[in-house]
Structure formats: structure tokens, C-alpha cells
Design a protein around this ligand. Structure first.
Ligand code: C2E
Ligand code: CA
Ligand code: CA
Length: 622
């Protein structure tokens, strides 16, 4: 049977007990964390606090500021470990008066709720020193002394360990924020900092400049003098940037040969432009490593984060845009981010979002440009070239959007969309009786590395023998590995013709040529175009033709713009011709009309007897 304490008895305990009693509910995790829930009259008398002031208080209400650290830690340790204990301790009453108390703590637990409680009792004790206002800790008993010593030792050990951990944590944090090579801030730290600077700009109007620095010839130094020299160059640039900046600036290495400085703006932008000047000037100076000297200029892009600006989060991208501008103006210089660049970057962003929509709405159209057999003048096929049917700007050529699509990583998607149109177009032309033997499609490096490409061809419904794949950017092929090799083999097996595009430009390489062994080599129009006017350019074209023929390939001349042109490159040995002379890229409708009108013969001017170029002494390959 549960005993219920009669109210009168309870009141008398509360009133008459001379020992101060209090009950505190402790946290389940840590016995030193508690809140008082109840106390008797004596407790309020001794401490000087009213009941309402005690309720909700923590245990620290019983620990005065003059209590020795050893006893204080002893109390905490006991409480933390739920150990009953009793000790003498110095405390201050509410009015600040110092007094000695013997306090005892008893751990109670509620098995039903799992709650932990402390019953605390305090008795005020007379103390000689207390009277003289010079309180001292009571001479502890031997056993008390031993426990204090043990705890003190333990606390000292813990403190040492804590200091060690603290230092370790600091050095880990430093490593995490520091670039290991140069000791500057790393990208991670920079990104955190720049957010804070932007926040300060917004809230306090603290304006600042971002200087984005990129070394112009770092790769050259690395390649010619070795990585060690490259590293030393980076360290010396880092030191130089440190010297040129103040404590309030942030200098970071973002990776590779890219550095960035955040600098408070101060009164004028002059200090910023002179800093940019100095960086450009000093990086031009000769750098010596192991007795070998070289120079490595830098380009700098500067953007100013101004109070009230619309999109301060853009500030680093703006400085990068300015850097790009400095590079495009010839490197070894710096430029400010201008309104024009701003407009340009907005336009690029707009273009990017329009392109995403265009992919969704499949706004891309195939245009076709005929390819002519140089001997018969008959059309042997057409190259499919993408156009964007823009909802407000009309039909846009690839130059208006393909680079941006490539930078966004969606060129593959564009190629996919345009390829999906091809089967329908070919079937319609066939049905209309327009004779188009084959179609060439352009594929980016990304598309070649995409395993779905072969699947798309197989499921397109197009006869693979009527398909030519023009490989663009073949310089990247060596980085593409297995999938690319597999794709080429599969194309071969399917009977698809392979052409290497833009041969002679930086986009196609001899290595690519040997690796792919294409059926067709397309000579870039920039080589073909000048051959009529400038005889000196002919031997180069002749030797490209010779390479192709030597490897058993058929050769296409791109960019044929006149009759004379067509005659000349045919005589030089090109098998097929393509260019505005036979037709600009055209819509499916126009191609159909053209094919039907001409019966597929687009070049009737071929007449070797009357050839005015016959005696011109063209290269050996002819
Ligand atoms: P490309 O593959 O070298 O295509 C030939 C480009 O030369 C076409 O430009 C064509 O209009 C142009 N052209 C042809 N004959 C002449 C000529 O006699 N004179 C001059 N001045 N130009 C001529 P377009 O259509 O603007 O395409 C440019 C480039 O865009 C293409 O160069 C190709 O690299 C890329 N491209 C076009 N369509 C696609 C596509 O569907 N996918 C991918 N990935 N790239 C494409
Ligand atoms: Ca092409
Ligand atoms: Ca080309």
C-alpha cells in the first residue's frame, strides 16, 4: 500500500526541518546537469533565495565563485557519475554574503519513468576563517584528501589531453583550409570566405574587389622544366602575392595555376588597379630554376563588388569573365569587368536556359548540304547540319549556340535530337522520288563516348549503309578510351561510313587519323578556300590529299565556292566536293525540290577539255 504523507506532516517537514532540502531533476545523460524542482524553507533561509527563485535553477546555485577549483571539479565528477557524496563547500547567498555549507547529495531514480533525481541537503557550518571574512577550504579528512588528489590528477591529465586535441583540431582545420603547396587559402576556404564577404557587403556595405589571376605559360614551364620547377614557380608566385597584399586581404590558390585575391575596396579603386598592374609587371620578370630561366606572365581579371549591386553572388564569375577577356586580348595584361561583359554574361546565361528549353521542346532542325562526286558531278549524299528554330530569333546557325551547348555538356543531347529527325526526313525524300543516296551526320567526341549512340543508330530505322558519321574533335579521342574504340568497331561492323572532319585544323590529328582509319578524309574549308587566289597554299593541300590517298581514303574538299575552285580541287585529286557553289545548307523541302529539279546532277560545268587550270603546275598528288 502506497503511503501518502498527510499534508500537515508534509508542511511541518517543510517548516520545521533545519536542514536545507531540495530536489533536482537531472538530465538522463549527465548527472551534473539538473534543475531544482522543489525546496524547503530552510533551503531558502540558508541560500537567501525565495522558493520561486530556486525552482528552475541549476546546481551552480550552491557553488560560490570563491570555491577552490579542486573541490569544484570533485563535485562535478561525483554528480556526473551519479555517486552519492558529501563535502564542505564555500558558497554565496543571494545578497553576496559568503558562507560555508556541508552539502550532501543523494541519487534517486524513478524506475517507472526512468528519471534521475538528486536530493540535496545543506547545513550551514561555522568556520573561523569565514568569520574573519577570509574563507578557506576546510582541512579535508584523509579520505577526502585522497579523493581530491585523485580527481586533481585526473583533471590535469584531461586538461593536457584536451589541449593536445585542441591543437590537433586547429592544425587539421588549418590543413583543411590551406593549400598544401603554397600555404595560401585553398578553394574550400576561399568559397567559405567569399560568402562571408558577400554577406558583409549586403549587410554592412563593405565593398571589395576580386582579382582572378591565371598564369599564362604555366603548362609550358611544367612541360619544359619539370613539375618540381612548376611547383617552385607556384610557390614564388604565392609569396609574391603575399608580399603585395595586406593582412585584411585574402589570397587563395584555387588549384593549378589559378589564384584569387579578395581585397576591401577602401576609398578608391586606384589601389586595386595598381595591384593588378604590379601583378602583371612582376610575373613578367624572369623566373630561374636550377640555373634555367624562363618567364611566365599572368593575366588578371578584376571585378568590384559594390554595395547595392544586383547579383553579388556573381562577383567571382564576373572576375573570371574579365580574366577571359584579358587572355583573349593577348595575355600578360589585366582587365576590369565591364558593362559589356556583364551584358555578354547575361546573354550567355539566357542562351543556356533557352537551350535547355529548346532541348525539351526539340526545337532543332536538320539542314542539308549536298556532296558532289568530282568526276560525275552527281550528288552522292548530303551533310546534315543542325539549325535551331528559335521561337523569336528565327533559324539560328550552329555558331550561335553549339559552343554554349558544349560548355553546358548538352551537345550530346542536341546530336541525339537531330539524329532522331533523320529517318523521317530520309523516308520522305525517298517517297518523293528525290534520290539522296546517303547522309552524313556530325558527331561530337561526347556522342562517340556515349554507349547509347550505337543503340540509337540500330533502332533508328536508317539503313546503316546510307549513313556516314563525321567525327569532330578527333584530338580528344585518345582520352576517350574503350567506349570510343568499341563504337568505331561497331560502326564499321554495321557498315556505316566513317569520315574524319576538319582535317588540317587543330580539331583533327594525324594520330586520330591513324587510330580511326576512316573511309573519308574531309579537308577543312580554311585550307581549300585560298587555293585559287594563293598558289602557295596548294602544296599543303596536295600533301593532305596524298596522306589520305596513301592510306586508301577518299578525300572531300569542303568550302568549294566557285567553278574555278571546283575544277582546281578536283584536278588536285579530291574525290568529293562540298560548298556554297553547289548549295548552301538547306531545309528538307528545298533539298527535295533541288534533287527533283536537277535529277541529282548538281555540277554540269565539269569540262576538262576547256579547263583553264590544266597547265597551272599543281602539286604532285594530282
Ligand atoms: P562542319 O562540319 O565543318 O560543317 C561545314 C560548315 O561549313 C557548315 O557550317 C557549312 O555551312 C559551312 N560551309 C559549307 N560550305 C561552305 C562554303 O563554301 N563556304 C563557307 N564559308 N562555309 C561553308 P555550319 O552549318 O554553320 O556548321 C558549322 C559547324 O557546326 C560544322 O562544321 C560542325 O562542326 C558543327 N555542326 C553542325 N551541325 C552539327 C551537328 O548536328 N552536331 C554537331 N556536333 N556539330 C554540328
Ligand atoms: Ca562536318
Ligand atoms: Ca568540316
Amino acid at each position: 500500500m502506497m503511503l501518502v504523507i498527510p499534508a500537515q506532516i508534509y508542511d511541518q517537514i517543510n517548516d520545521k526541518c533545519t536542514e536545507g532540502l531540495a530536489l533536482a531533476l537531472a538530465s538522463n545523460e549527465d548527472g551534473a546537469i539538473m534543475e531544482f524542482q522543489w525546496c524547503n524553507k530552510a533551503f531558502t533561509k540558508i541560500t537567501g533565495y525565495a522558493v520561486s527563485e530556486v525552482i528552475g535553477q541549476r546546481g551552480t546555485i550552491l557553488i560560490g565563485p570563491d570555491l577552490g577549483q579542486d573541490i569544484h571539479l570533485y563535485i562535478i565528477e561525483k554528480l556526473m557519475n551519479w555517486e552519492n557524496f558529501s563535502t564542505k563547500a564555500l558558497n554565496n547567498r543571494k545578497n553576496g554574503e559568503v558562507y560555508w555549507q556541508r552539502m550532501s547529495w543523494i541519487h534517486l531514480s524513478d524506475t517507472e519513468t526512468g528519471d534521475h533525481w538528486w536530493l540535496c541537503s545543506i547545513i550551514e557550518e561555522e568556520n573561523e576563517q569565514a568569520k574573519s571574512d577570509k574563507p578557506e577550504v576546510e582541512e579535508p579528512t584523509t579520505s577526502d584528501q585522497e579523493s581530491y588528489a585523485r580527481v586533481f590528477d585526473k583533471v590535469q591529465r584531461l586538461e593536457k589531453e584536451n589541449t593536445r586535441l585542441h591543437q590537433l583540431a586547429k592544425s587539421v582545420a588549418k590543413d583543411a583550409n590551406e593549400d598544401a603547396l603554397t600555404g595560401l587559402s585553398n578553394r574550400r576556404h576561399f568559397e567559405v570566405e567569399v560568402k562571408t564577404w558577400i554577406e558583409n557587403l549586403k549587410t554592412r556595405g563593405t565593398e571589395f574587389a576580386v582579382l582572378y589571376i591565371d598564369l599564362d605559360r604555366f603548362k609550358f614551364v611544367n612541360d619544359t622544366l619539370g613539375h618540381e620547377a612548376g611547383d617552385r614557380l607556384l610557390v614564388s608566385v604565392a609569396n609574391m602575392l603575399r608580399e603585395m597584399t595586406c593582412k585584411t586581404d585574402l589570397v587563395a590558390r584555387l588549384g593549378g595555376d589559378e589564384f584569387v585575391i579578395l581585397k576591401p575596396l577602401g576609398k578608391s579603386a586606384l589601389n586595386i588597379s595598381s595591384l593588378a598592374d604590379e601583378i602583371v609587371r612582376r610575373t613578367r620578370e624572369t623566373f630561374t630554376c636550377d640555373g634555367k630561366s624562363t618567364s611566365c606572365s599572368a593575366s588578371v581579371g578584376v571585378a568590384i563588388a559594390k554595395a547595392g549591386m544586383e547579383d553579388p553572388e556573381q562577383i567571382v564569375a564576373d572576375s573570371d569573365e574579365a580574366l577571359y577577356h584579358a587572355k583573349s586580348q593577348g595575355k600578360g595584361r589585366w582587365s576590369f569587368f565591364t558593362e559589356e561583359m556583364h551584358a555578354n554574361s547575361i546573354a550567355v546565361k539566357q542562351l543556356a536556359s533557352d537551350l535547355l528549353l529548346a532541348c525539351e521542346r526539340r526545337e532543332f532542325l536538320p539542314y542539308f548540304q549536298p556532296l558532289i562526286d568530282a568526276k560525275s558531278g552527281n550528288i552522292i549524299g548530303a551533310e546534315m547540319l543542325v539549325r535551331w528554330a528559335h521561337p523569336t530569333k528565327g533559324i539560328l546557325p550552329p555558331i550561335a549556340f553549339l559552343d554554349t551547348a558544349a560548355n553546358m555538356g548538352i551537345l550530346n543531347r542536341v546530336d541525339q535530337i537531330i539524329f532522331a529527325c533523320l529517318h523521317g526526313a530520309m523516308s520522305r525524300l525517298d517517297q518523293a522520288g528525290a534520290n539522296l543516296p546517303r547522309v552524313a551526320v556530325n558527331v561530337s567526341a561526347a556522342r562517340l563516348a556515349d554507349p547509347t549512340f550505337i543503340h540509337d543508330i540500330k533502332s533508328s530505322g536508317i539503313d546503316p549503309r546510307r549513313l556516314t558519321v563525321e567525327i569532330l574533335e578527333s584530338v580528344y579521342l585518345e582520352q576517350m578510351g574503350e567506349v570510343f574504340r568499341w563504337t568505331i568497331d561497331e560502326l564499321d561492323e554495321l557498315g556505316v561510313t566513317i569520315a574524319l572532319d576538319d582535317f588540317g585544323t587543330g580539331h583533327a590529328s594525324i594520330r586520330g587519323l591513324l587510330e580511326i582509319r576512316p573511309d573519308i578524309l574531309k579537308i577543312d574549308r580554311h585550307f581549300i578556300q585560298p587555293v585559287v587566289q594563293e598558289a602557295s597554299t596548294r602544296p599543303l593541300v596536295a600533301s593532305i590529299i596524298e596522306i589520305g590517298k596513301g592510306l586508301g581514303m577518299r578525300v572531300v574538299a569542303e568550302g568549294v565556292e566557285s567553278e574555278e575552285h571546283a575544277q582546281l580541287v578536283s584536278d588536285m585529286g579530291c574525290d568529293y566536293l562540298q560548298g556554297y557553289y553547289f548549295g548552301k545548307p538547306m531545309s528538307e523541302d528545298n533539298l527535295r525540290k533541288r534533287l527533283i529539279e536537277t535529277g541529282g546532277n548538281l555540277w554540269t560545268g565539269r569540262s576538262l577539255e576547256n579547263d583553264p587550270i590544266k597547265d597551272r603546275g599543281i602539286g604532285q598528288a594530282c
